[in-house]
Write a protein that binds this ligand. Structure first.
Ligand code: 13P
Length: 301
């Protein structure tokens, strides 16, 4: 640990705080995490922790979920402008309209959504439990999955269920094409390709494995292959290399970079711990309904 990392760890101890870090965050922040994980693991950690302060190194919807799951804690997001373009692709008004058009459908919202949208939905999911969550729903029910259309289509193809897909996407995963993968395979003919379900269907169709960030880490560890093309944000390469020093990981494209996930720096975390700002809160009327959707997901996970 360098001097600043050591200082941050001491400040966390002073504040009775924990640092929750997503796999896409900067490597120097991943190194000092209390919990380094995917969206589900971070939500579970926020719900279970007895810390007084949670510092989130991720994006806004993750800190909002932590604030709803642990309302008695101070939840800090060191950069409030670390957002998620996908989460902003569904507005509560638009969801309400769709609910009027489909009054009998079950509305499943990806955790990458605003608290206001979660408040309109029946249950949340993440990319690591979407299949499991959908399989618990009565087979006769029509299902709407939002805001990620690619995740919805992937879930429909795995479960065989009638799923209406909202037309949102993560611009970073959406930009990865099957041609990009073909080009990488040409350079690394023995490599397998692991993709995140936020990728477009044509890209997932050429994948050897499809799963969340934690599922990709598991796959990379368990496979006999020694070269793996990675179809998700490049931040995950830090943990992949750490867990599998003997294997080679190849980014499927040079564009798999999420500027929002990289916004938070060690300086931001240090400042945030010194000032206990900026705090993320959710208005009580929104959080009461949104937390129900989150709690249902956690109970099934
Ligand atoms: P995971 O739940 O797989 O970590 O995905 C989070 C995310 O935001 C993907 O873009």
């Amino acid at each position: 640990m360098n001097e600043q990392q050591t200082k941050i760890r001491a400040m966390l101890a002073d504040r009775k705080g924990i640092l929750l870090v997503h796999y896409y965050a900067r490597p120097e922040i991943q190194e000092i995490a209390d919990v380094l994980g995917d969206s589900l693991a971070l939500a579970q950690a926020a719900a279970r922790s007895d810390a007084r302060v949670i510092v989130f190194a991720g994006v806004h919807f993750m800190a909002q979920s932590a604030a709803m799951l642990s309302p008695e804690k101070t939840v800090l997001l060191p950069r409030l402008d670390a957002g998620c373009p996908l989460a902003d692709m569904a507005s509560p008004d638009a969801v309400r309209k769709m609910k009027q058009a489909q009054p009998d459908a079950v509305f499943v919202t990806y955790i990458n959504s605003t608290a206001e949208v979660k408040a309109e939905c029946d249950i949340c999911c993440t990319s690591s439990n979407v299949i499991k969550i959908i399989e618990t729903l009565p087979p006769s029910k029509k299902v709407v999955v939002l805001p990620d259309g690619n995740l919805a289509r992937h879930a429909a193809s795995v479960t065989g269920r009638d799923i209406a897909a909202w037309e949102g996407c993560c611009p970073i995963h959406q930009a990865l094409t099957a041609e990009d993968v073909t080009a990488r395979r040409r350079e690394h003919p023995r490599a397998l390709f692991a993709a995140h379900p936020e990728c477009r269907p044509e890209t997932l169709a050429v994948a050897d494995f499809v799963g969340s960030t934690s599922a990709i880490l598991r796959f990379a560890h368990e496979t006999k292959a020694t070269e793996i093309i990675i179809g998700t944000e490049k931040g995950i390469l830090t943990q992949l290399a750490k867990e599998n020093p003997e294997k080679t990981f190849i980014p499927a494209s040079g564009a798999l970079f999420c500027a929002d996930m990289k916004k938070i720096s060690l300086d931001d975390i240090e400042r945030s711990l010194a000032t206990l700002q900026p705090v993320v809160t959710v208005p009580r009327d929104v959080s009461e309904a949104a937390k129900k959707a989150l709690d249902k997901m956690l109970a099934l996970s």
